[in-house]
Design a protein around this ligand. Structure first.
Ligand SMILES: NC(=O)c1ccc[n+]([C@@H]2O[C@H](COP(=O)([O-])OP(=O)(O)OC[C@H]3O[C@@H](n4cnc5c(N)ncnc54)[C@H](OP(=O)(O)O)[C@@H]3O)[C@@H](O)[C@H]2O)c1
Length: 254
């Protein structure tokens, strides 16, 4: 009886060791689950042009490049950006602001707000009817008197004057570039990004890009409602989940 028990114990021990060995082998041999970035550029995804590859533009380029999008970052001195583009990923190219505006199905304007009137004037012929994300915030100390006016009327009213013939979307203005990098794809409920636009299709396209960057889109309403998440509002640069943001803005729960 005792001899039989010992034999079963030995067999059980041997089976456990074999199972552990197989598990170890699987961990070494099997590939890690693939992320979009492991595949490089994804065919069929919209192309993104970024005008102003500074703190915000550069961070968004990283997030979308990791998600497999083709991104063109830009500068008035494109040669100075080449090594940054290479370090972000193989699907990131470099050009002038005009090149980026022509490249993107969606174009992000990520320049100081005070530069938007000039940038809009230069790029309007290339941007004609494109989806344009405006993430600029008016700061009078940096941008001068135009920022005082934009704050009073709201960016959703001011910005369309700078970009008259585009499908404008306000998004990504109410998060700092530091949070934008660190909160992307965070565990648990994603951080919400408020969006305002008058164009339903542009809203859908930008919502997709918000999700690809690792965030939850919250559609607040038409451009006039961008004022609800402009500089100085209760939700400005305060990371919240979608349900928290909806509650803070008085939007119906989803
Ligand atoms: N920083 C944040 O956390 C944050 C968060 C939300 C929103 N925002 C808003 O986002 C906008 C960009 O902020 P940022 O912090 O990313 O600025 P930034 O780091 O200073 O970058 C601004 C970029 O704009 C480009 N630029 C400036 N004037 C230009 C012009 N006339 N034509 C074309 N490009 C021009 C510059 O590129 P070149 O000099 O290389 O051409 C530079 O790379 C601002 O309106 C800001 O208020 C910032």
């Amino acid at each position: 009886m005792i001899a039989a028990q010992r034999m079963f114990a030995r067999i059980r021990g041997a089976l456990t060791l074999a199972a552990l060995a197989l598990l170890g082998l699987a961990l070494v041999v099997l590939p890690a689950p693939a992320r979009a970035a492991d595949y490089g550029p994804q065919p069929g995804l919209m192309k993104i042009g970024i005008v102003g590859a500074g703190k915000m533009g550069g961070t968004l380029a990283e997030l979308w490049s990791k998600a497999g999008y083709q991104v063109m970052i830009s500068s008035r001195h494109p040669d100075e950006l080449r090594s940054e583009a290479q370090s972000i990923g193989p699907n990131v190219s470099v050009g002038t602001p005009r090149d980026a505006a022509a490249f993107g199905d969606v174009v992000v304007i990520a320049v100081p707000y005070g530069q938007e009137p000039q940038v809009g004037k230069e790029l309007t012929p290339v941007l004609d009817h494109k989806v344009v994300i405006d993430l600029g915030n008016p700061y009078p100390q940096r941008d001068g008197p135009m920022a005082v006016k934009a704050r009073a009327e709201g960016t959703g009213v001011a910005s369309p004057r700078f970009f008259p013939r585009v499908r404008l979307v306000r998004a990504f203005n109410a998060i700092t570039y530091v949070d934008l990098r660190s909160d992307a794809h965070r565990a648990g409920e994603p951080v919400a990004i408020p969006i305002a636009s008058n164009d339903a299709q542009a809203t859908r396209m930008v919502s997709r890009l918000v999700r690809a960057a690792g965030y939850a889109p919250v559609v607040v309403g038409p451009l006039s409602t961008a004022k609800l998440f402009d500089v100085g509002t209760a939700v400005y640069v305060k990371p919240m989940s979608a349900s928290q943001l909806r509650a803070a803005l008085g939007l119906p729960a989803h």
